[in-house]
Design a binder for this molecule. Structure first.
Ligand SMILES: Nc1ccn([C@@H]2O[C@H](COP(=O)(O)OP(=O)(O)OP(=O)(O)O)[C@@H](O)[C@H]2O)c(=O)n1
Ligand SMILES: C[C@](O)(CO)[C@H](O)COP(=O)(O)O
Length: 281
């Protein structure tokens, strides 16, 4: 794995979202070599610039340790283990890009061959993803957007999303059926009981995870539209839906859960302990 700063992309011509231009046959290095077999280049953007307020006081969430290793490092490894991914852009807390580079250097194994680029993030997840997309070189065809807060996603899930995009789906999300019954309510800000306004049919609901995979051109257009209209969305696929582009679901995984609240840390440590016992890592 080679860690680079923004502006030191493996290519000489980084450009903004929408820059999914024709494949550059002159590209060299790991990005070119990993993707050369299929002619399709997939990068990953990892938004990691959040504070982790719901996790409680402490360092930014992505930098907190799971079994002694920062959550972000687990998330980067989840991407670099996939043979589909040749470049990873980490979007760091705006004041933490140097620390992120140092941590990635410290935890890098020589066998990890993807390039990793670190750029500073923004105010919201959406801003951070947009900044990550802006750092992608123009020879990238598709992009996986993966939360640093989902550090334990199995490589099979990453591969399944990447393969579905490579095979022609413009937008792909991993998701699981919902276990609870879900109610729609009229939101009250005064703390009073919220009236239920509906019960969506559970069999048609899916809880959506990451990585979400997209043709780069499609995701760039979706982010541009949302930025123009000043709108927001809680996930990238939601923005693509507004473009009228079809989003499809592939099976998600229980271990791709998002570390959001303190109890999620307990679950993450348990999953890692089980992996150490069964797989040796
Ligand atoms: N300004 C932001 C906010 C969030 N994220 C990233 O988006 C992912 C999903 O966000 P979430 O789990 O909500 O993380 P936080 O915003 O850090 O959590 P909280 O809402 O509890 O503060 C995380 O990897 C987080 O680092 C980001 O890159 N930039
Ligand atoms: C993108 C996401 O992980 C899909 O479930 C989720 O929407 C992120 O939400 P958050 O509130 O930013 O954690």
């Amino acid at each position: 794995m080679s860690i680079q700063s923004a502006g030191e992309s493996p290519h000489d011509h980084p450009q903004g979202p929408g820059g999914a231009g024709p494949v550059d046959d002159t590209a060299t290095g790991p990005v070119a070599s990993r993707s050369a077999s299929s002619g399709h280049r997939t990068a990953a953007v990892i938004p990691a610039a959040g504070r982790g307020l719901r996790l409680g006081p402490g360092a930014p969430k992505a930098l907190r340790a799971l079994s002694g290793t920062p959550m972000l490092v687990h998330a980067v490894r989840a991407m670099t283990r996939s043979r589909s991914v040749s470049l990873v852009v980490v979007v760091a807390p705006p004041d933490g890009a140097d620390e992120v580079r140092r941590l990635l250097d410290e935890h890098t194994a020589p066998s990890e061959t993807s390039d990793v680029l670190v750029v500073p993030g923004g105010e919201t997840r959406q801003d951070s993803v947009r900044l990550g997309l802006a750092a992608l070189p123009d020879d990238v065809d598709s992009v996986l957007v993966h939360d640093a807060a989902r550090p334990l996603v199995p490589v099979e899930t990453v591969d399944a999303v990447a393969a579905a995009v490579r095979e022609g789906a413009p937008a792909v999300v991993p998701a699981l059926p919902v276990a609870d019954t879900v109610k729609e309510v009229r939101v009250r800000d005064d703390g009073g009981p919220e009236p239920v306004t509906g019960t969506p049919e559970r069999s048609r609901l899916r809880a959506v995870q990451t990585p979400q995979g997209f043709e780069l051109k499609v995701l760039a257009a979706a982010h541009a539209q949302v930025a123009r209209e000043g709108d927001g969305a809680t996930d990238d696929a939601g923005m693509v839906e507004r473009l009228g582009v079809e989003v499809v679901v592939v099976p998600g995984h229980d271990e791709a859960f998002k570390v959001t609240r303190p109890l999620d840390l307990v679950l993450a440590e348990a999953v890692l302990a089980r992996r150490r016992a069964t797989d040796g890592f």
